[in-house]
Design a protein around this ligand. Structure first.
Ligand code: SF4
Length: 233
């Protein structure tokens, strides 16, 4: 076991699997900490466990998980090559949206996972992960497909917001955009070690950066936005 794998396991066992910081602990079957390679260069962050994830203790095992597997396979990756986690580690009842207090209670678990795994590229899947890790208020329809340099704790990463696979399951136009955005991941991974370019615009307060008491450092790079042309912004 690598040092990072041991550190991640120790953190999960000590702080996460028995966590009772928010009311969601009362209704869970188990905590879904995440899974994959604890030394992965690519980390994917979704929203929260659903029914199947809560039962099995593994993220993305339902239909959305199958789509995620297919998207990863399309760029030559498997789950074993990446680490997959969620903003919330326990299932909200009825699969409702995460509440702000639940995100606040749980966010340090995600930040700690990121600081241990030290990915170079973090793909946020959907609105909740994107807003939390970017520190920006814009929704995923505006943010998807545009990489952002960000600092999370002591780590400089490239954030790459994507639609949540669940949202693309039954919407062909969104699935096309998701596939197109996924196709850029290998290029982004190859370039993720390049020095960050500072954004001349003042960055909004970032909860991620606040944890480390450091200012958010983000630089967005606009690319031709097909979604904009489709009127999705
Ligand atoms: Fe703890 Fe997060 Fe589960 Fe709430 S959702 S009980 S903060 S692990």
């Amino acid at each position: 076991m690598t040092d990072r794998a041991a550190e991640l396991r120790a953190y999960h066992e000590a702080e996460v699997v028995g966590c009772t910081r928010c009311p969601l602990h009362a209704g869970r079957t188990q905590v879904v900490v995440g899974n994959g390679d604890p030394t992965a260069e690519l980390m994917l962050v979704g929203e929260a466990p659903g029914y199947h994830e809560d039962r099995l203790g593994v993220p993305f095992v339902g239909q959305a998980g199958k789509l995620l597997d297919r998207l990863l396979a399309g760029i030559g990756l498997t789950r074993a090559d990446v680490f997959v986690a969620n903003v919330l580690k326990c299932r909200p009842p009825g699969n409702r949206d995460p509440a702000p207090g639940e995100i606040e209670a749980c966010e340090s678990h995600l930040f700690r996972q990121i600081s241990i795994i030290r990915p170079r590229l973090v793909c946020t899947l959907g609105n909740f992960a994107t807003k939390l890790l970017s520190g920006r208020p814009q929704g995923i329809s505006r943010m998807h497909g545009r990489e952002i340099r960000a600092r999370i704790g002591d780590l400089d990463v490239v954030l790459y917001p994507l639609f949540h696979p669940a949202a693309a399951l039954y919407t062909p136009s969104m699935l096309s955009l998701l596939e197109e955005d996924f196709a850029r991941i290998p290029t982004l991974l190859a370039g993720a070690a390049a020095p960050a370019r500072e954004d001349p615009r003042p960055a909004p307060p970032s909860p991620a950066a606040a944890v480390a008491s450091e200012p958010a450092l983000s630089s967005g790079r606009a690319r031709p936005a097909e979604a904009e042309q489709l009127g999705l912004f």
